[in-house]
Design a binder for this molecule. Structure first.
Ligand code: HEM
Length: 347
């Protein structure tokens, strides 16, 4: 029993470490791009034929990015190994952990192709998108390592949750299209582009802004849904509040970056916000999905606006037969002792 608990703690620790390190790697990757250090090392995997640090600014930036990427790779592999060992107690963490291993493989190859293709914009954009997908998978793994998956039928997560995840993904793809076309400075006006802006580049900005408006509404709708309906779910309101703040900040950074024709610092801030928006959206959706927060058919699930005692960790473990978790009482779902749901649920 102690072994189970230690294994789960190890998994949680590694999974959270992977999220933090992947986020740091994305931000550092942005620094490498905006300081034009992407070709700091002309070869791969060595830098100037050396493994030891090369003491020139651009080379050191690119090399440090590779060192951090190596650390992230080890963390991803360690998380997957621990998820495999804990698969009986935390089955929901296994798939995203294995998906992260696949993504890190793609990412390493893309990193190499980026250097060998002379830092071509499309490979840089693909490298960023794969990095963000890796951050998403690591976030789901970390959430699933920390909380147990409640049994339930379909409808575990309301449609607005899925729409929000799709919207956040579409938003980062539309942003990286601007970078892909090297059009960062092509639209120094707001909300529309100046008439002198080259049409094909202005279109990319307008598509990104239009996507930001629609996706922003979906993300705010999801945050309001979680705030109103998941009040008893530990951490849900914090994540919902954080999501609202991050969407506002990231949109502001994006607008300032556009107006100032994308100076490096603002690009960094905008990307840091975008990666956080994606991670928090995915984390909140995973939290609700694992707890089956929107399902009405799970045993003990409150219905019709009445306050009903929900499943405690111990009782649900007893019914699902994974007694090791029941005894630990570590899951934050134990906060779900009683909660209210209004009669009409959006799904
Ligand atoms: C929550 C809302 C938003 C998200 C999640 C988001 C996401 C992104 C992403 C992922 C990139 C690619 C960054 C890179 O490769 O370094 C990007 C680029 C960009 N976005 Fe956004 N964006 C948002 C809102 C906006 C808004 C409202 C504007 C302008 C009014 C804007 C303007 C830009 C510009 C100019 C770029 C290229 C330069 C740069 O990276 O700063 N974004 N966006």
């Amino acid at each position: 029993m102690k072994q189970h608990r230690a294994g789960r703690r190890g998994l949680s620790g590694f999974a959270i470490g992977t999220v933090v390190a992947s986020y740091g790697l994305i931000i550092f990757g942005s620094q490498v791009r905006v300081t034009d250090s992407g070709m700091g090392c002309p070869d791969w995997p060595l830098c100037d034929g050396r493994l030891a640090p090369v003491l020139r600014f651009h080379a050191l930036m690119e090399q440090s990015h590779r060192f951090i990427a190596a650390a992230v790779t080890l963390l991803v592999l360690g998380t997957a190994a621990l998820a495999w060992r804990s698969r009986a107690e935390r089955p929901a963490s296994l798939r995203p952990a294995l998906a992260a291993v696949g993504l890190i493989g793609v990412q390493v190859l893309l990193g190499a192709v980026t250097v060998l293709a002379g830092n071509a914009a499309p490979t840089v954009a693909a490298h960023l998108l794969t990095g963000l997908a890796l951050l998403g998978c690591s976030t789901v793994t970390a959430v699933a390592a920390g909380v147990r998956r409640e049994p339930s039928g379909p409808g575990r997560l309301a449609g607005i949750g899925w729409v929000a995840v799709a919207a956040a993904s579409a938003l980062v793809v539309s942003g990286s299209l601007i970078v892909n076309a090297e059009a960062e400075g092509a639209c120094p006006a707001f909300p529309l582009c100046p008439s002198a802006a080259p049409t094909h580049l202005a279109v990319l900005h307008l598509v990104h802004r239009g996507t930001a408006v629609l996706a922003g509404l979906a993300l705010l709708g999801f945050a309001v849904h979680a705030w109103r309906h998941w009040a008893g779910l530990a951490g849900a309101r914090v994540l919902a509040g954080l999501l609202v703040g991050l969407v506002g900040l990231t949109a502001t950074f994006g607008a300032v970056s556009a107006l100032l024709q994308a100076p490096p610092g603002w690009q960094d801030l905008h990307l840091a916000g975008a990666a956080a928006v994606l991670a928090v959206t995915v984390g909140l959706a995973a939290r609700g999905w694992l707890a089956a927060a929107d399902a009405t058919d799970a045993p003990g699930r409150p219905r019709g606006g009445q306050a009903v005692p929900a499943r405690t960790e111990a009782s649900s473990e007893a019914s699902s037969g994974t007694s090791s978790e029941a005894s630990s009482g570590s899951s934050s779902d134990s906060a779900l002792t009683t909660r209210l749901r209004p009669p009409s649920l959006d799904r």
